[in-house]
Design a protein around this ligand. Structure first.
Ligand SMILES: NC(=O)c1ccc[n+]([C@@H]2O[C@H](COP(=O)([O-])OP(=O)(O)OC[C@H]3O[C@@H](n4cnc5c(N)ncnc54)[C@H](O)[C@@H]3O)[C@@H](O)[C@H]2O)c1
Length: 268
C-alpha cells in the first residue's frame, strides 16, 4: 500500500521547498510556470537554449529563500540533459517536480508536403526532449521528498486533429500517451505524471505562427478567438495555474490524466 503525501500548507506556499526543473522556462508558458512555482515556494532550475533570457529570469527571481538557476540545455541532446541533471543533483540532491514544457511549432504543410528534416527536428524537441528529461530526472525524483510530479505540456492538438500543422499534432499525441504510460509505470513509486493541454495561448511561439498566418497576426487572433467558445485566447499564466495544481500535493490522487485549459475549444 502506498501512502498519499500530506496536503500542502497554502500559507507557506503550495509547492514550498520543492525542487523543480522547468524546460523551456526562458519564454512564454515556461516562464510563467517558473515565476508561479517560485512565488509558491519552489526552487527552480531552468533548462533552455535561450541563454540570455533564461539567465536574466533566474537572476531576477533568485533570493535567499529560493534558488533559481539557469542551465544551458538543448533537450534534444542526451549529454546536455544528463550533465544538467547532474548539476541539479549537485545543487539540490534530488527533485520533486519536472515540467517538460520546451517545444516548437511544426511545419504547417500537409503530410505529403512536409520536409522530413523539419519533421525530425520538431519531433526531436517535442517528443525526444520530454523522453530524455524524464529519463534523466527519474533517479532524482526517486530520491525526492513527499509527492513527486511530472507535468508534460501537451496541447489540444494531442487530443484532436486539425489540418493546420499535422506533424505538430502528431508530436503532442505522442506526449499525451507518454504521460499516461509513465504514470502507470512510476505510480508504484509515488511519482505522478500528467499532461496539460493548452488551447491558444499568447506567447512568442504563437506570435510567430500568427505573423505567418494569411492576413497576419490580427487575422490569426480573430480566427483563434472565434474558435474558442469563451471568445478569447489564453495567457501563459492560465496554464501556469494548472501546472501549479499538478505540481503541488493538492493533486496527490491524480495521475495519468490530462488537464485541458482551452477556453472550451475541445468541448464543441
Ligand atoms: N502557445 C500556445 O498556444 C501553445 C498551445 C498548446 C501547447 N503549447 C506548448 O507549450 C509549450 C511552450 O510553448 P510556448 O508557446 O511558451 O513557446 P515559446 O516559444 O514562447 O517558448 C518555448 C521555449 O522552449 C525553448 N526551447 C525550444 N527548443 C528547445 C530545446 N531544444 N532545448 C531547450 N529549450 C528549448 C525556447 O528557447 C523557449 O524558451 C510547448 O511545448 C508548446 O508546444 C503552446
Amino acid at each position: 500500500m502506498t501512502m498519499l503525501p500530506c496536503i500542502p500548507d497554502p500559507i507557506r506556499g503550495r509547492v514550498h521547498g520543492k525542487r523543480a526543473v522547468v524546460t523551456g522556462g526562458a519564454s512564454g508558458i515556461g516562464r510563467a510556470i517558473v515565476e508561479t512555482l517560485v512565488a509558491q515556494g519552489a526552487h527552480v532550475a531552468i533548462f533552455d537554449v535561450s541563454e540570455r533570457d533564461g539567465r536574466e529570469l533566474a537572476d531576477s527571481l533568485s533570493t535567499d529563500d529560493h534558488t533559481v538557476t539557469f542551465h544551458d540545455v538543448d533537450v534534444t541532446v542526451e549529454s546536455s540533459v544528463r550533465d544538467a541533471m547532474a548539476a541539479v543533483e549537485r545543487d539540490h540532491g534530488a527533485l520533486e517536480i519536472l515540467v517538460n514544457n520546451a517545444g516548437v511549432s511544426g511545419p504547417g504543410e500537409p503530410t505529403d508536403s512536409v520536409d522530413y528534416a523539419a519533421w525530425q527536428n520538431m519531433m526531436a524537441v517535442n517528443v525526444a526532449g520530454p523522453f530524455l528529461c524524464t529519463k534523466h530526472a527519474i533517479p532524482l525524483l526517486r530520491r525526492g521528498r513527499g509527492g513527486r510530479s511530472i507535468i508534460d505540456i501537451c496541447s489540444i492538438y494531442g487530443l484532436i486533429g486539425n489540418a493546420d500543422a499535422p506533424s505538430y499534432h502528431t508530436s503532442k499525441g505522442a506526449i499525451r500517451l507518454m504521460a499516461k504510460t509513465d504514470a502507470v509505470t512510476y505510480a508504484p513509486e509515488g511519482i505522478r505524471v500528467n499532461a496539460v493541454c493548452p488551447g491558444t495561448i499568447m506567447t512568442p511561439l504563437n506570435m510567430k505562427k500568427g505573423k505567418e498566418h494569411p492576413g497576419g497576426l490580427d487575422a490569426y487572433l480573430d480566427a483563434m478567438r472565434a474558435q474558442h467558445p469563451l471568445g478569447a485566447v489564453g495567457d501563459p499564466i492560465d496554464i501556469a495555474f494548472g501546472v501549479l495544481y499538478l505540481a503541488s500535493d493538492e493533486s496527490r490522487f491524480m495521475t495519468g490524466t490530462e488537464l485541458i485549459i482551452d477556453g472550451g475549444y475541445t468541448a464543441q
